[in-house]
Design a protein around this ligand. Sequence first.
Ligand code: C2O
Length: 584
Amino acid sequence: MVGLLQPRQMTSFCAIASVANCIPYSSSFSSNKPSFFKHQRKDPVVKFTCRAKNDDQRPETTTKNGENSPEKLDRRDVLLGLGGLYTTSLAVNPMAISKPALPDFKDCIEATQPNGTPINCCPPPLVDEVTDYCPCATTVNIRKAAQSFTVDSDYYKKYSKAIQKMKNLALSDPRNFLQQANVHCAYCDGGYTQQGHPNLLYEIHNSWLFFPWHRWFVYFFEKICQNLIDDDTFALPFWNWDAPAGMQIPPIYNSGVTSPLYDTLRNPKHLPPSVVNLEWFNDDATVEPEVQIKYNLAIMYRQMITQSKTQIDFFGNPIRDGDDVPKISASGTIEITPHNHMHSWTGTSVDPNNPINMGVFYSAARDPIFSAHHTNIDRLWTIWLNQLKGTNITDPDWLNAYFIFYNEEAKPVRVRIQDGLDITRLGYAYEEVPIPWLDASAKPKSRTKAKTLPSAPDPAQVFPTTLDKPINVIVKRPKKSGSGSSEEILVIEGVEYDKRSYVDFNVYINEDDVNACRPDNAEFLGSFSNLPHGHQMSVKTDRQFRISEVLEELGAQDYDRVLVTLVPKSNPVKINGIKIKFDP
Ligand code: C2O
């Protein structure tokens, strides 16, 4: 393990990286030119800043928009690169005229707290010209599991010094700790509208923007830490809540009020030795820690494997130019659970109307543990790609979507999703720690398999309805005709709720006694959750579950109907229907 801790030197990597991999922002893209270029000359110079160690190795590249870079990169290479992307995605996206959904940075507007009170969480306004950023790290720092550090370690001293310095910066400095939290707030609580659509709010949750946006956020947060302690080998830790060793608030975040890594606004019931509940919703368990750990591992398996078979499952729904985000968005599996649930576990008091820092998006990043929560989310992305053989989206509307962050020098930079997909270029990797959930699949409750289902109404007799008590319905399975996928998806259609409210409900299949069903039972499909954020607005979304594998596990693959049970855990939501369809 020790060998892993040394940053790896990568001598010649950067010289190739930024040119070959950071395709200049294309000219067709410049018709989309963001409003922060408003004072710019007509023919903008696209400037890639490259923070290589050796200037001779990787000079700053300045290239005229649309032209070859000074490195004389063969234009064919660039086009081939683009062509590759576009060809693949045209196949998936016949509506290729679409464009990415982009945030409008011209004006950051007032956001709203869940109780409706407006909050100004706009980071300091952009004064400097925004530079296009192309990462090209020359070394790789290892992000380690937070539980491996003690509070008397040198690492802890460094880390807390960096956070203290961030907290001490003037509020006018966008690198200030609170301003960094504001960057998150503005991006998700309605601080920005969508470029070209002043009536549509922009937002980075509940869609395919979730993973990449948070990766870039944490990336610059880490760079700022490095800069403030003048140590570019510094790496943030990850909160390894997916493995037993990390299933508590790590000691470095819990060392008392004087520690810069401490936050008083956490659920007092969940301080160590309380074990995390990856699907918590105001339901403090009475189970023993070992049992909760077993549940957590099954939840991880379900979310990362059983329910994450495709890109849409894992990343969430596409969001494109002009989409009304709250209307069409749907989160990926991991964003819902454990991401949302770990926010509320950490930062929601027993009274869900009284959220505290982590429990609600506008204030979540005011808790220093936020970045460790998100490095772990980011690590799960790498596990899904590497261990679980998932693949990244190739749709240009994802690849070309961009965000603005402040870099370690407090300068605004524009980053595209496609330039953040290779974490080696970003200069970090994750320490390899055991992943015990890889073989923790849920098992059917012990009873006769595929027993006769109790009688229950047809969905058409029940929906639409308000989910204010448990609902049972018997849903017919579709008949498979012709070729095409035979993978069945259970769709909870049109889940409607106010975006500012906590929402949570559980979904079970072929379970006649939900009170006795546990997270490590295959009958428990998972949950739906919303963390309060944004302006008052009604959201209508579908929640889907893959059921073919589960039905097989339950020995019910030959039955022509299934029993579905919804159990509310929060404010009631409206549900419009339930059906089973084949995976398109
Ligand atoms: Cu943007 Cu974990 O939140």
